[in-house]
Design a protein around this ligand. Structure first.
Ligand code: NCD
Length: 326
């Protein structure tokens, strides 16, 4: 599936027509999205928070899984680009009455939608939709199962770049439930494409994918050791909705070993930044003093998410000049 979803992202001229996965993107392409997103950051600070890039375009938000921040972030991004936004409450839609995903899609296409933003519990769902839309309609993956969350990876990179400038010397630790995390998969792919030299994953062995060392990452069982001298820490939520028992002794025990407290944070570089995709579980993976403390960039990630999604939406609909992939 991965090879296909990589190639379906690009049209015959090598331009992005869907945004489904980080895999297959070129370094220059990621940097281009980051630059465009940076130029959109100020839109949210203006009195009139709008640019006309997607005026007259219809964007459909299709969320088959609960989400607050990603859904609102996409919706605000669409509105700030002046698109018409249709938010389908999937729980109440015809899919609940037995209509297939494809029939729902065909119905929405018949209404001349230009873009689908898709979140789905099944890995590969947005790729499936991208295979079935008519040419010219774009699909953006807002998270599919444990497979990918590519817009999150780009907003994470933008946040890192605002603080650390140079990816080529970076040392980063990703901590927690890597096994069930689409956020981890996507950021790991992005860090590799950007040739970040020191990537660590930290967590209990039951929550670290087997063979992950082949990705060029170093695995640590101990949080204190895994944090020594890192520039960036990304904390992950325990994705209990994807666990079928037996992964953890207890949350209390987990917090004792892997919860990020101010004391454990002191193992990292003095100017370390702490990230988390949200939603955060205080007292499970992160202490409040750290989540709300001076090293935390968690809310900055949220603000950056809107600009990043604006950039990607404008790009896939061909509304900005974009260099083809070399
Ligand atoms: C993440 C997700 O849904 O994969 N959250 C998000 O998009 N903001 C991570 C998570 O749910 O823990």
């Amino acid at each position: 599936m991965n090879k296909e979803s990589t190639s379906i992202q690009f049209n015959s001229q090598g331009r992005l027509q869907h945004f489904l996965t980080i895999e297959g993107l070129h370094k220059s392409h990621i940097l281009e999205i980051l630059d465009l997103a940076t130029s959109f950051l100020t839109v949210g600070k203006r009195e009139v928070k709008k640019v006309p890039l997607l005026r007259g375009k219809t964007v459909v938000s299709l969320f088959f899984e609960a989400s607050t921040r990603t859904r609102t972030s996409f919706e605000l991004a669409a509105k700030r680009l002046s698109a018409d936004l249709l938010n389908i409450p999937v729980g109440a839609s015809s899919t609940q009455k037995g209509e297939s995903l494809l029939d729902t899609l065909k119905t929405l296409q018949a209404m001349h939608s230009d873009m689908f933003i898709v979140r789905h519990p099944g890995s590969g769902a947005s790729h499936f939709i991208a295979q079935h839309v008519v040419p010219g309609v774009a699909v953006i993956n807002a998270g599919d199962g444990r497979h990918a969350h590519p817009t999150q990876a780009i907003l994470d990179l933008l946040t890192i770049r605002q603080h650390k400038k140079d990816f080529s010397t970076l040392s980063m630790a990703i901590v927690g439930d890597v096994l069930h995390s689409r956020v981890a998969r996507s950021i790991l792919q992005a860090l590799r494409i950007l040739e970040v030299p020191h990537i660590r994953v930290v967590g209990p062995r039951t929550l670290i994918p087997k063979g992950i060392e082949e990705w060029g990452v170093h695995v640590y069982d101990s949080l204190e050791e895994g944090l020594v001298d890192v520039d960036v820490i990304m904390m992950l939520r325990l994705q209990k909705e994807r666990m079928q028992g037996g992964f953890l002794p207890s949350e209390h025990e987990y917090y004792r070993h892997y919860g990020l407290t101010a004391e454990k944070l002191s193992c990292a570089k003095p100017d370390v930044i702490v990230m988390h995709p949200g939603p955060i579980n205080r007292g499970v993976e992160i202490a409040s003093e750290v989540a709300d403390g001076p090293h935390s960039v968690i809310l900055q990630q949220v603000s950056n998410g809107i600009a990043v999604r604006m950039a990607i939406m404008a790009m896939v609909l061909g509304r900005v000049a974009e260099a083809p992939i070399p």
